[in-house]
Design a protein around this ligand. Structure first.
Ligand code: PLP
Length: 360
């Protein structure tokens, strides 16, 4: 069996070159005589790997010097608690924009510790758009303002950042990190679970402005304190060593492919190929307001559950897998992260055209 086109929302495709490099170094990392999996995290070889991963994050995302780059565990979901515990120490209050399940979960988790003000929501139309934000609804005394930048499940993304003044902006960029240029300096904190666009599951990247860390809410576990990890180069305890190594290989691949800006151009092209077809198709249609369409996750439907199921099944047989929409929304969803080649999207659209002709 050869490799197929995997449109999974996450864990998702990794570049073949990265997998092959990991394979080559699987049993014997150059110069170490052992696998990265077998290395002490305190060894010189491993230190070089994690240092290089951090340096590549800083270089590729132009991270300013006054930000910490942390490699943590517990997935994106642990950040839903870590953020209020570390950032809401002054007024114990934060603003949240509810653009889907991940933002909803983040707000509900924060509410266990602090006061949450939900400034806007697009729940009224199944999160198919990014709500307009009215500054007069923002809390002037919020400790931070939270958005989910790209909504993996519903396929929307922010194209304009809220103007939060002095209130630090926090964004979940799990499904769009390094897919498009993001100006880190506009944020207090950014985080991403790696398994969408950066590497294997098991490591979560956090980029946080130095002045925002140090104080925590009473009772915050040591492991949930950003300062713990900042003080110890993300090695207070054993980090997810192999996941960080593969992440480093992915970042090298991003660099070799021209960096984030170059990948953004490719991602815009890939998304346009699919959206242009959806807009011209008489069978399929996109479910999201055009202005808010994600570059990474494109949900679409035929309008018939039976036809949707038939499409997912036939697509799978043709080598396009994981196109079933999220269980909460149904229909289809194509996730086109950095590792998905343009050719994969072109071939998917060809297949959709064929399916449309056969099912008129
Ligand atoms: C997948 C995802 C999460 C959850 O990540 P876990 O690592 O599974 O906890 C959070 N936010 C967004 C935007 C996601 O896509």
């Amino acid at each position: 069996m050869s490799r197929i086109y995997n449109f999974s929302a996450g864990p998702s495709m990794l570049p073949l070159e990265v997998l092959e490099r990991a394979q080559k170094e699987m049993t014997e990392y150059p110069g170490a005589g052992m696998s990265v999996m077998e290395m002490s995290h305190r060894s010189k070889d491993y230190q070089a790997i994690i240092d290089s991963a951090e340096a590549l994050v800083r270089e590729l995302m132009h991270v300013p010097d006054n930000y910490k780059v942390l490699f943590l565990q517990g997935g994106g979901s642990s950040q839903f608690a870590m953020i209020p515990m570390n950032l809401a120490v002054k007024n114990k209050k934060a603003d949240y924009v509810i653009t889907g399940q991940w933002a909803k979960k983040a707000a509900a988790e924060a509410e266990r510790y602090i006061t949450v003000n939900r400034v806007a929501s697009s729940a009224d139309k199944t999160f198919s758009y990014i709500p307009c934000l009215d500054k007069s609804t923002f809390s002037s005394d919020a400790d931070y303002f939270y958005i989910c930048y790209n909504n993996t499940i519903y396929g929307t993304r922010f194209t304009e950042l809220p103007d939060t003044g002095d209130v630090p902006l926090v964004a979940d960029i799990s499904s769009c990190i390094m897919a498009e240029e993001i100006d880190v300096s506009k944020f207090g904190l950014l985080f991403a679970g790696a398994q969408k666009n950066l590497g294997p599951a098991g490591v979560t990247l956090v980029i946080v402005r130095e002045d925002l860390i140090g104080d925590v809410l009473d009772g915050t576990p040591t492991m949930f304190n950003y300062q713990t990890h900042a003080d110890n180069g993300s090695m207070y305890n054993t980090p997810p060593t192999y996941a960080i190594y593969v992440l480093k290989l992915v970042l090298e691949w991003v660099k070799e492919n021209g960096g984030v800006g170059a990948l953004q151009k490719i991602n815009e092209k890939k998304a346009a190929i699919l959206y242009d077809y959806l807009d011209s198709s008489e069978l399929f249609r996109g479910t999201v307001d055009k202005a808010d369409r994600s570059l990474m996750n494109a949900p679409f439907v035929t309008g018939s559950d039976d036809l949707d199921a038939k499409f997912v099944k036939e697509a799978k047989e043709a080598g396009f897998v994981n196109l079933k929409g999220h269980r909460t929304v149904g229909g289809m969803r194509a996730s086109m992260y950095n590792a998905m080649p343009t050719e994969g999207v072109e071939k998917l659209v060809e297949f959709m055209k064929k399916f449309e002709a056969e099912n008129k």
